[in-house]
Design a protein around this ligand. Structure first.
Ligand SMILES: NC(=O)C1=CN([C@@H]2O[C@H](COP(=O)(O)OP(=O)(O)OC[C@H]3O[C@@H](n4cnc5c(N)ncnc54)[C@H](OP(=O)(O)O)[C@@H]3O)[C@@H](O)[C@H]2O)C=CC1
Ligand SMILES: O=C(O)[C@@H]1CCC=N1
Length: 269
């Protein structure tokens, strides 16, 4: 069991996915964690559901952690950093999971010598299939980076990247589970339209996407080749593909990603 203490400032959907994922994986103990929330109702719910300490005082949470994860909305970072900076342990590692909050901004709020890691996780962390991109500042040692990689790897995959690429990450992995849920919903609606029961439709749609994703990761084949292998000449699949191409399925996804990245830059701090 890992000995480092970890604090979460904010206990919303993404914080719960992370501490829920870490606990499920056995990466840390319930005792090593604390989380703060704005309201007592959330704090009580989190204590009950995850059996960890909670508080509505961010300073109490911040003073506990060797690692302090900022899991509040981007616009709250200024307020929260000012609130907690005097309570942080001297060598605390500050991890932000927020879209559009950059390292130089965090350093301005704390200090140039602060240990800061910018990350972009996603909600499948809760079921051990997260994808997190990590970018450390220059004050993070190799050992500290490795610890953070191990932490996020306990509930998914991790890539360490340069900060110049971080603005593009929400569009491809932070936000993309939402597009996948939309796709699953659409497939299920199509199934229901053809008479397949709703719950069965969700299972068929979700398992097919899971299987397709695994084929990309495990066969190493180009997605276009995998697509070709499904398209029997003169068969059913190519009819569906032709419609998707006519309606600009791929262009639509790329346009959606452009908008996602634009918004991330607008949030920039
Ligand atoms: N959701 C996602 O898929 C992802 C989100 N993120 C990032 O995670 C961050 C949080 O998003 P998400 O979890 O979705 O948001 P939620 O709205 O689900 O959660 C926000 C949390 O912050 C708490 N909070 C609000 N104000 C304060 C405050 N002043 N001090 C302490 N806690 C406060 C809320 O408490 P209460 O419940 O009491 O109101 C709530 O627990 C964002 O920065 C987002 O960019 C990153 C990747 C993916
Ligand atoms: O929608 C958002 O702003 C956050 C960041 C990535 C996923 N959810």
């Amino acid at each position: 069991m890992n000995k480092k203490t970890i604090s979460f400032i904010g206990s919303g959907k993404m914080a719960q996915a992370i501490f829920g994922g870490m606990l499920k994986a056995g990466f840390t103990s319930h005792e090593a964690l604390i989380a703060s929330a704005k309201t007592a109702a959330t704090a009580e719910m989190v204590t009950k559901k995850y059996e960890i300490k909670t508080t509505t005082d961010n300073r109490v949470a911040a003073s506990y952690g060797d690692i302090v994860v900022l899991a509040v909305k981007p616009y709250l970072h200024t307020e929260v950093l000012n609130e907690i900076k005097e309570s942080l342990k001297e060598d605390a590692i500050i991890v932000t999971i927020a879209a559009g909050v950059d390292i130089s901004y965090m350093q301005e709020q704390l200090s140039m010598s602060s240990k800061i890691i910018r990350t972009m996780p996603n909600t499948p962390s809760l079921v051990g299939e997260g994808m997190t991109v990590i970018c450390p500042n220059k004050n993070i040692t190799e050992e500290e980076l490795q610890y953070t990689v191990d932490l996020f790897s306990s509930f998914g995959k991790v890539e360490v990247m340069e900060e110049r690429l971080m603005d593009a990450i929400p569009a491809i992995s932070g936000s993309s589970p939402a597009y996948a849920f939309l796709f699953i919903e659409a497939l299920a609606d199509g199934g229901v339209r053809s008479g397949i029961p709703r719950e069965t439709s969700y299972r068929l749609a979700a398992q097919s996407l899971l299987g397709a994703a695994k084929m990309v990761l495990e066969t190493g084949k180009h997605p276009g080749i995998l697509k070709d292998e499904v398209c029997t000449p003169g068969g059913t699949t190519i009819e569906a593909i032709a419609t998707l191409e006519q309606l600009q399925f791929r262009g639509t996804i790329m346009a959606a990603m452009d908008n996602c990245t634009r918004k991330n830059k607008e949030l920039q701090k």
